[in-house]
Structure formats: structure tokens, C-alpha cells
Design a protein around this ligand. Structure first.
Ligand SMILES: O=C(O)CCC(=O)C(=O)O
Ligand SMILES: [Fe+2]
Length: 338
């Protein structure tokens, strides 16, 4: 078993069409066998990477009172700040503070009987004390969506589907979720769960790590590989939507983060590309040779996969953020489709 993740070079997508086959095959088998890889030559300038990392540190260094003004408890759309220990994964508290930003849209006018996931759409919360954050994160969302779409189309091609096969799911209202994260160092008596073992729910996730280790990937049952930081590269992983769409050919791999050593901190910036909330994930039919290699869907009773994108996304948000769920989704907790 390899002790580090594979590296893929996005610039190879620019090769003449006839020379792309070996690259696409590598992309496909990496995503099937490991589900995690480093992405280099992704085309995002190192200046933008640095600016986003630096403003993330500035945000977390704001006084607690400023961060509380944009606390997620004020947002029915699951946007805003959470202190360490508020979020849950696998019934355990995560030792990380985080700031969630979604697609910047107006809240929908809701009618009685509308499904509760429609409440997920809405504006973000922005800290008045850091006005530069909003334009920079908007630029980041655009840049990341562009890279994510290039990669998603490459995955479609690698599966012998039309390059635009997933575009209908992604649609004109993609779910462009950015999460700024800070993991404090281990404290005596606290758990070392930075974030507990989980799969991501969207299409693709991109992680921009700083220099601290801590991210671990379950490449085989109970075999964890450290995804050590690689300067300038993203760590990319497959989410449940791509796993469902490909009958398990592409793999949504379990991962977790261990808290850094006492006195250290780890900053990571996650970008999750999801489908539009009103989409339903079809099963794409793969050529027989590929279909034969698809693993089928893993059934985890603790985490049933839902084809309805809005429900699947809401399920994850309700589990992670109990306080927001109780405040705005008490009805959905009773009718939770899972
Ligand atoms: O901190 C990281 O790099 C990973 C975070 C993560 O897996 C998540 O938020 O889904
Ligand atoms: Fe994750």
C-alpha cells in the first residue's frame, strides 16, 4: 500500500485530444482506487492562494465578540462562524473553529409544504470588522468553481461519458461551499478529533492546507495514509454525489483530521462543489468494461445515500450543526428522510 497520495497534473488536460487517453485513465483509476489525490498545475495563482490563507488567519484572529456577530446560529442557511467543539461528526464534537460561506443568493420565498432543504438557499454572513473578506472569497469561489468544473468534465470524459454529462446536475445554481477552518492544538482533557471520520457529500472537494499535518485518508479498511501538506497543491477528493452517479465506480473515501500538537494550529480552506439543490442524481450508464469494475454503492446504515441532492445535503448539515437544526429545522428533524 502506497504511503502517500498520488499526484495529478491538471495542465495535462491541455494536451492534444489524441494524447489525453493515458492521463484520463490515470485520473479515473486514481479516483476509483484511492478517491484522493494531490492536484498540481491547477492554474490558480500563488498570490490568490496566499491571500486566501492570510485572510483566513486574520479572520480567526478577530476578537471572539466579532466572530460571534456572524455566528451560524443567526443563519437558517447554515452560514457563518462556529467555535471549536460545536460541530459534531459521528456523534463526537470536532475540535475546530470554522466559517462557512455558500453560494451568495437571496433566500427563497417559501410556501407551506415546501421541502425544508429550500431553506438552505440564502445570503452569507460577513464580518463588518473584515470588509476585505467578502470580495476575496467571492473571487475564490469563482476561481475554484472554474477549476472544479474542468476536473468534473475530465472525469466525465474519463468514464466515456460526454464531457458535459454532469453539467445538468451542477446546473445554473451550483452549491459552491467554502469552509475556512482552524484546528487548535491539542488541549489536556479534550479529544483529538479535529474532524471525525466522514465522507464529503458533494461532487468534488478541494483542500488548501497550510504546513501542519493532520489530514488522514482511509485508503483501505483501517489503513490510514497521511495527506501531508504539499505547497501549492490542492488535496482533491471525490464526494458521495459522484459515487452515487457512477454506481460506486468513483470512490467517496473516508477521511479525518487529528488535532495538531499542543501549541500548534492547523489552517485549512475547503471548497466543496455540490449539485444544485433541486437536482436528483441519475445513474449514468458506463461502458460494460468500466461498469464491471464499479464497486457498487457502499451501504452504511449510519449514512444512507440519498439521490435527492437537497435532502442529502440537508441531512449532513442537520447532523453537523445541532443548534442551528433545532432553531430552524425542528420540523425537518421529525420528518428527516433518512
Ligand atoms: O481540514 C481539512 O483539510 C479537511 C476538512 C474536511 O475533511 C471537511 O471539512 O470535510
Ligand atoms: Fe471532508
Amino acid at each position: 500500500m502506497a504511503d502517500s497520495l498520488p499526484v495529478l497534473d491538471l495542465a495535462r488536460l491541455e494536451l492534444p485530444e489524441a494524447e489525453q487517453a493515458p492521463y484520463l485513465a490515470e485520473l479515473r483509476t486514481t479516483a476509483r482506487d484511492v478517491g484522493f489525490f494531490y492536484l498540481v498545475n491547477h492554474g490558480i495563482s500563488s498570490q490568490l492562494l496566499q491571500n486566501v490563507q492570510s485572510i483566513t488567519r486574520t479572520f480567526f484572529a478577530l476578537p471572539d465578540a466579532e466572530k460571534q456577530r456572524v455566528s451560524m446560529i443567526h443563519s437558517p442557511h447554515f452560514r457563518g462562524y462556529n467555535r471549536a467543539g460545536v460541530e459534531y461528526t459521528r456523534e463526537q464534537r470536532d475540535q475546530r473553529e470554522q466559517f462557512d460561506i455558500g453560494a451568495e443568493r437571496e433566500a427563497l420565498q417559501l410556501l407551506p409544504g415546501d421541502p425544508p432543504w429550500k431553506r438552505l438557499q440564502g445570503p452569507n454572513l460577513w464580518p463588518e470588522a473584515l470588509p476585505q473578506l467578502r470580495p476575496l472569497i467571492h473571487a475564490w469561489q469563482q476561481a475554484m468553481t472554474h477549476v472544479a468544473l474542468r476536473l468534473l468534465r475530465a472525469f466525465a470524459k474519463s468514464l466515456s461519458l460526454p464531457p458535459t454529462a454532469f453539467d445538468a446536475l451542477y446546473g445554473s445554481h451550483p452549491n459552491e461551499h467554502v469552509k475556512l477552518i482552524r484546528y487548535p492544538g491539542q488541549a489536556t482533557g479534550a479529544s483529538q478529533q479535529g474532524v471525525g471520520a466522514h465522507k464529503d457529500s458533494g461532487f468534488l472537494t478541494f483542500l488548501l492546507q497550510d504546513r501542519q499535518p493532520g489530514l488522514q485518508v482511509e485508503v483501505a479498511p483501517n489503513t490510514w495514509v497521511d495527506a501531508l501538506p504539499k505547497p501549492g497543491a490542492f488535496v482533491v477528493n471525490i464526494g458521495e454525489l459522484l459515487e452515487i452517479a457512477t454506481q460506486g465506480y468513483l470512490r467517496a473515501t473516508v477521511h479525518r483530521v487529528k488535532s495538531p500538537a499542543a501549541g500548534q494550529e492547523r489552517v485549512s480552506i475547503a471548497f466543496f462543489l455540490g449539485a444544485q439543490l433541486d437536482a436528483e442524481v441519475p445513474v449514468y450508464s458506463l461502458p460494460p468494461a468500466l461498469a464491471a469494475e464499479a464497486r457498487g454503492l457502499t451501504r452504511d446504515p449510519a449514512n444512507p445515500l440519498l439521490r435527492d441532492v437537497g435532502w442529502n445535503y440537508l441531512k449532513g448539515r442537520l447532523r453537523s450543526h445541532r443548534d442551528v437544526a433545532e432553531r430552524y429545522y425542528a420540523d425537518a428533524l421529525i420528518t428527516d428522510k433518512s
